[in-house]
Design a protein around this ligand. Structure first.
Ligand SMILES: NC(=O)c1ccc[n+]([C@@H]2O[C@H](COP(=O)([O-])OP(=O)(O)OC[C@H]3O[C@@H](n4cnc5c(N)ncnc54)[C@H](OP(=O)(O)O)[C@@H]3O)[C@@H](O)[C@H]2O)c1
Length: 256
């Protein structure tokens, strides 16, 4: 593989990635480590993040696994402080973890599901970013929030999830606007359909998959690695003039 231009390198930087035990978060974590960052790989399950961190280290990267449940609001500030303390700072925060416990019309979504979706997809990223701000502001940090094309235009059957992702886009813009003066950038990534456990129901059978890809400019659904380059770009100085941006990675879904 050709060497990255220096502005894409992340040597000496510490990156915290939520929901990094598999799927998009894992692909982003691996890419950030490839670019030189020490990656703190987090998800709810210690065993799962330890396995990803060990595999990154086997590949020559630097990584540590740490269990972190983004829905446990009262634990997030301490977790960020502990991570920054253990690794000598925090330069990149990737808010990738999300949940969607329901599929169906909005009137069938109960309050418990609403609170769960908002807790993990919106409140968690908000609290993590607030806790990370003092650390990110020391060295010109970057926040990458993983939203969705559902945050740009709501997806049928994914009503409250879409609301949470739209709010995350707005939160990203607020952070970009208010935290530029602290030297912190914030950008949002909006994946289209990416082949992961999370979206299995949308690609698992040929018919559903065919309906989705028929008019898609890219002619295929995405894979987690399709997000890797953008994560490195947004985390690094290569994107020094990008903040408040909304970056779609959707195979052209929104223009199809
Ligand atoms: N796949 C798509 O088509 C698609 C499209 C648009 C947007 N997205 C967004 O992309 C992001 C990643 O999704 P994905 O498709 O990669 O999903 P995935 O393969 O199911 O992975 C989800 C990750 O999040 C972790 N996780 C789940 N709940 C968590 C919580 N409460 N706290 C901390 N970690 C948690 C999971 O690990 P544990 O089980 O170990 O906790 C796992 O590492 C999400 O924000 C999702 O909304 C995905």
């Amino acid at each position: 593989m050709p060497a990255l231009p220096d502005s894409f390198r992340l040597d000496g930087r510490v990156a915290l990635v939520t929901g990094a035990s598999r799927g998009i978060g894992e692909a982003m974590a691996r890419a950030l480590a490839d670019a030189g960052a020490h990656v703190v790989v987090t998800s709810r399950k210690q065993e799962a993040v330890d396995a990803v961190a060990a595999s990154i280290r086997e590949d020559g990267g630097q990584a540590t696994g740490r269990a972190l449940h983004v829905g446990h609001a009262d634990e997030l500030a301490d977790a960020v402080a502990e991570i920054a303390d253990a690794h000598g700072g925090l330069h990149v925060l990737v808010n990738n973890a999300a949940t969607n416990p329901v599929y169906g019309p909005v009137e069938e979504t109960d309050e418990r599901a609403f609170d769960q979706i908002m807790g993990v997809n919106l409140k968690g990223p908000f609290l993590l970013a607030k806790a990370a701000l003092p650390h990110l502001s020391k060295d010109g940090g970057s926040i990458v929030n993983v939203s969705s094309i559902g945050g740009v235009t709501p997806e049928t059957g994914l009503g409250v999830y879409s609301v949470s992702k739209a709010a995350l886009l707005s939160l990203t813009q607020v952070m970009a606007k208010e935290w530029g003066r602290h030297g912190v950038r914030a950008n949002a990534v909006c994946p289209g359909l990416i082949q992961t456990d999370f979206s299995r129901a949308l690609w698992d059978d040929e018919q559903t998959l065919g309906r989705f890809t028929r008019n898609l400019p890219a002619g295929r659904i995405g894979v987690p690695g399709d997000l890797a380059g953008l994560a490195v770009f947004l985390a690094s100085d290569a994107s020094a003039y990008c903040t408040g941006g909304v970056f779609t990675v959707d195979g052209g879904y929104l223009v199809a």
